[in-house]
Design a protein around this ligand. Structure first.
Ligand code: INI
Length: 157
C-alpha cells in the first residue's frame, strides 16, 4: 500500500502564523480576519503567535506576504482581501496580480501562502462569503494554512 500524507491539526502550540489583510472594503475584510483568527485560536494556536499586517488594498498584499514568508518566522502566511468588480477592468488587474504574487511568494520561500482574497461581482456576494450564507473565506484559508503547515512538517521528516 502506498504511503499517504495529509495534514492534521496536532501540535500547533509552537507554530506562528502571519496574516496579511487589506483595509480596502474593511467591513468585509475585518470579517475575514475574525474568521481566520477564530479558526487558528480554536485549533490551539496561541493568540500571540499570530501577527497581522494591514495593507492599503489587495494589490499590496503580495509584497507584505513575501516579506513575512521570507522572515522564516511563520509556518504559513494567510492573505485576506476583498476585490469587488467596478465599472472598469481595475479589479481584474488586482486579482491577477494578487493571485500570481501570492503563488510566487509561496514557491520562492517554501512557506504556504493562502489565498483568502474574495473576487466578487457585487458587495452582496462578498457579504455572503465573509461569514454569511456561503461561509467565510478567512475561516477556510486559516483551515487550509493549518493543514498545509502540518503536511509540510510531515513531508520534511
Ligand atoms: N483594492 C481592494 O482590495 N479591493 C478593491 O475592490 C479595490 N478596487 O476595487 O479598486 C482595490 N483597489 C485598491 C488597490 O488594491 C491598491 O491599493 C491601489 O491600486 C494602490 O496600489
Amino acid at each position: 500500500m502506498a504511503n499517504q500524507f495529509a495534514g492534521d491539526r496536532n501540535s500547533v502550540s509552537e507554530d506562528r502564523f502571519g496574516v496579511v489583510v487589506s483595509r480596502y472594503n474593511h467591513s468585509i475584510t475585518s470579517q475575514l480576519l475574525n474568521g481566520a483568527l477564530e479558526t487558528l485560536t480554536a485549533a490551539g494556536v496561541p493568540e500571540d503567535h499570530v501577527d497581522v499586517a494591514w495593507v492599503p488594498g489587495a494589490f499590496e498584499i503580495p509584497l507584505a506576504a513575501l516579506r513575512l514568508a521570507n522572515s522564516r518566522k511563520y509556518v504559513a502566511v494567510i492573505c485576506l482581501g476583498a476585490v469587488i468588480r467596478g465599472e472598469t477592468s481595475h479589479d481584474q488587474h488586482i486579482n491577477r496580480a494578487v493571485s500570481i504574487g501570492a503563488t510566487q511568494a509561496a514557491l520562492q520561500t517554501g512557506v504556504p501562502v493562502l489565498f483568502g482574497v474574495l473576487t466578487c461581482d457585487t458587495l452582496e456576494q462578498a457579504i455572503h462569503r465573509a461569514g454569511g450564507n456561503v461561509g467565510n473565506k478567512g475561516t477556510e484559508s486559516a483551515a487550509a494554512a493549518l493543514e498545509m503547515a502540518s503536511l509540510l512538517k510531515k513531508l520534511n521528516t
